[in-house]
Design a binder for this molecule. Structure first.
Ligand code: GDP
Ligand code: GDP
Length: 435
């Protein structure tokens, strides 16, 4: 499980600058997906071989009693409660403020790692800066510079010191782990109950973690699945119901823990920014995806056409996924939904042997050669191998591959998808030029 790092602090101390620095390497991977909208408060980071999630909470006014600042404070407190580690950002040039002290008072009560990042410390004497902020009572402060990057790596390594390296054996477990996500009231609990209702269900808590994820094993048509429930569903008698309201952090965590994500949308409403952000996060995480457009039973023909246009328009970056029109309430469309879950799982885990990959590559080149670069020489594509799975990564080797146009890259990606039947999974293609 990926740990979640939450950035808190008053406005203007440099949280979003730090957030951008922590998530920068990951941004490059998904930058070129048309139509993808991103929520700049949630992102992926990596330090050494340890991946983590980062949440930027915006400004924190812990004493706000009402209005927008109160709502922000409420959301920040929820994020802090769900974090695995908290980074408290303060401004080294301004020194300790009354607001910093209020925030520190709250954070001191937490039973999880809290690190003080003294930002804007470039060119300042670190021992002096650290000594000033020691008074916050949260241990040894870390002088950093979000704009220059100084000290940031040490800070994150320390914040994540208690979390183990990721387990490479993960992929060997043959049971698909399925997360059902979506914004509030789209019908997630209804869908889960429809799936569970007639099935044998065993729920177990994951021991030894700060977040209490629940893994629910169930069978459908003789196949085993594990449902990941970090969304706060608990069994009440025979049915599952949400005991907490919607939580972004838990949604992100369950996406991370899954092999296949089922994104539930409400066909009765237009696609919202929140839908698009959750979808964007699935893409960014590299998980396979099946889209369940729910409440289809309650729509007339006009509305059905309208929502299809809306989906095409706002979620076109999900073209790799299969869309299903279902009714969780009436139990309609679930059979086909699970056929796609199986297919998406198989695609995510697909084994792509080097000889076959290379043959497919060379066939594609024979059918359509890459354009000459500047009209002079042609990029040369030599062979391909698989660099990873969940999501599949195809590495192509050759010469002058930097000059391959985007359209040609897409042509190759499309060809691999077709031949290897990689429906439902993001696919990454990397080009390695040898010199
Ligand atoms: P937030 O409101 O906490 O998200 O703060 P921002 O990230 O928006 O930063 C507030 C201001 O501080 C901006 O003008 C940044 O350019 C500046 N800033 C952020 N990090 C640093 C830093 O490491 N050094 C300096 N000198 N300025 C910084
Ligand atoms: P969650 O917040 O995503 O877990 O959503 P719920 O499962 O609690 O559902 C929210 C509301 O939508 C409830 O009133 C459900 O009865 C209703 N609902 C869920 N699925 C369907 C469906 O397929 N058709 C219709 N008409 N209503 C549904």
């Amino acid at each position: 499980m990926k740990p979640t790092l939450v950035l808190v602090g008053r406005p203007n101390v440099g949280k979003s600058t730090l957030f951008n620095r922590l998530t920068k390497t990951r941004d490059a991977i998904v930058a070129d997906l048309p139509g993808l909208t991103r929520d700049r408060h949630y992102g992926h980071g990596k330090v050494g071989s340890k991946p983590y999630l980062v949440v930027d909470t915006g400004g924190f006014e812990p004493l706000a009693k009402d209005g927008i600042f109160h709502e922000m404070a409420r959301q920040t407190e929820q994020a802090i409660a769900e974090a695995d580690a908290v980074v408290f950002v303060v401004d080294g040039r301004v020194g300790i403020t009354a607001q910093d002290k209020e925030i520190a008072n709250k954070l001191r009560k937490l039973e999880r790692p809290v690190l003080v990042a003294v930002n804007k410390a470039e060119g300042m004497k670190h021992t002096v800066v650290a000594a000033d902020f020691y008074e916050l009572g949260l241990g040894e402060p870390f002088p950093v510079s979000a704009t220059h990057g100084d000290g940031v790596r040490d800070l994150v390594e320390m914040a994540l010191a208690d979390f183990p390296e990721p387990d490479e054996d993960d992929a060997k477990d043959e049971t698909p782990r399925v997360a059902i996500v979506g914004r509030p009231n789209v019908g997630k609990s209804t869908l889960i109950n429809a799936l569970m209702g007639e099935e044998r269900v065993i729920a177990f808590d994951m021991p030894g973690t700060t977040r209490d994820a629940i893994f629910v094993d169930f069978e459908r048509n003789g196949r085993k699945y594990t449902l990941i429930d970090t969304a706060g569903l608990r069994r009440r008698g025979k049915v599952f119901e949400a005991v907490e309201k919607f939580s972004v952090v838990k949604t992100l965590q369950s996406i991370e823990d899954a092999n296949v994500v089922v994104l539930v949308l409400d066909a009765d409403q237009d696609i919202s920014d929140q839908d698009a952000h959750i979808a964007g996060f699935v893409v960014e995480s590299g998980r396979s995806l099946v889209v369940a457009v729910n409440k289809w039973d309650s729509l007339d023909a006009y509305r059905r056409e309208r929502i299809k246009v809306d989906l095409e328009h706002k979620l076109k970056f999900l073209s790799f996924a299969t869309f299903h029109y279902i009714s969780a309430l009436k139990g309609l469309g679930l059979e086909k939904l699970f056929t796609s879950v199986d297919r998406a799982y198989a695609a995510a885990m697909a084994k792509l042997p080097t000889p076959k990959l290379t043959r497919v590559l060379l066939d594609a080149v024979a059918r359509q050669a890459p354009p000459r670069h500047g009209g002079i020489f042609r990029p040369k594509l030599r062979y391909a191998h698989q660099g990873g799975s969940n999501p599949p990564l195809i590495v192509i080797h050759g010469n002058a591959l930097d000059s391959l146009p985007e359209s040609y890259r897409r042509y190759l990606e499309h060809t691999f998808r077709e031949v290897f039947k990689l429906q439902g999974t993001p696919l990454r293609v990397q080009f390695n030029t040898s010199h």
